[in-house]
Design a protein around this ligand. Sequence first.
Ligand SMILES: Nc1ncnc2c1ncn2[C@@H]1O[C@H](COP(=O)(O)OP(=O)(O)OP(=O)(O)O)[C@@H](O)[C@H]1O
Ligand SMILES: [Mg+2]
Length: 278
Amino acid sequence: MSKVTIENLGKRFGVDPRSTPALQDVNLTIGDNEFVTLVGASGCGKSTLLRILAGLETHTAGRVVCAGHAIEGPGADRAMVFQHYSLYPWLSVIDNIKFSRKLQVNRENLSSADVEAASGRADALLDLIGLSKVASAYPNQLSGGMQQRVAIARALMGRPAMLLMDEPFGALDAQTREVMHDLILHIHRIEKTTIVFVTHDVEEAIYLGQRVVLMQPRPGRIHSIYPVPLPAARQQDMKHCVEFRELKNEILARIRESAGMTTDHELLEKLNLASEAT
Ligand SMILES: Nc1ncnc2c1ncn2[C@@H]1O[C@H](COP(=O)(O)OP(=O)(O)OP(=O)(O)O)[C@@H](O)[C@H]1O
Ligand SMILES: [Mg+2]
């Protein structure tokens, strides 16, 4: 059974007659343990779609089914990582990772054995993200990349079936991003979560995704879905192969087209014509 089925999904913000359609007729099936990336021009509804999957936003048409159940709100089976580091500044790294679990333990009145198991999981996650040495440091003592690694570990703490990531590496420098790419692929292999990852960076989308879903704006909908023709075990030098470059150029061209954007070359020609006319 596939993990997520999105059927004729629609979302309008506001009240008729002034409501604006953010998503219209979105259909997508995401397999168990799949890594799907979403790209598209600004405003095409990527974040809205992700927030609906997270249960943080309602939809106004269609339905979303996750592991056989309609999504109607947030759930422990889904966790989200945002672009901006959202760690609790007053908690150490390890306590940030344990935080949601502690809440759950308090709520559910679980035994001390459960708490210990949670502690073991937090340590294992810390190890997985390579930050065991800074377990007792505070967020403001960490670099952006390290903070984002902690945010990922915290999201994974409750063993979510689905990890939803909204431009999680958007604020990081190019070198740190590359490290994070290989880390998230490693996490995907080890944790076997389904990942839906939104990005503006087409190269990032191809390197990480098994499929790249290209969305288009006004109203937000799926333009095309591209299976990525690369071996599952990704290596940075694959970015230079012909298949990678061709897919990147194709997707970039479709984004420009769907957003009504022109290329720099076309823009320059227009400017030249305008200046000739004056
Ligand atoms: N809370 C809201 N109220 C009204 N309109 C909204 C709201 N959130 C999003 N929208 C509109 O819905 C559309 C899709 O927005 P969304 O943020 O999902 O796009 P996006 O693809 O994530 O864009 P970006 O790449 O800039 O992050 C946009 O037209 C946006 O203005
Ligand atoms: Mg967005």
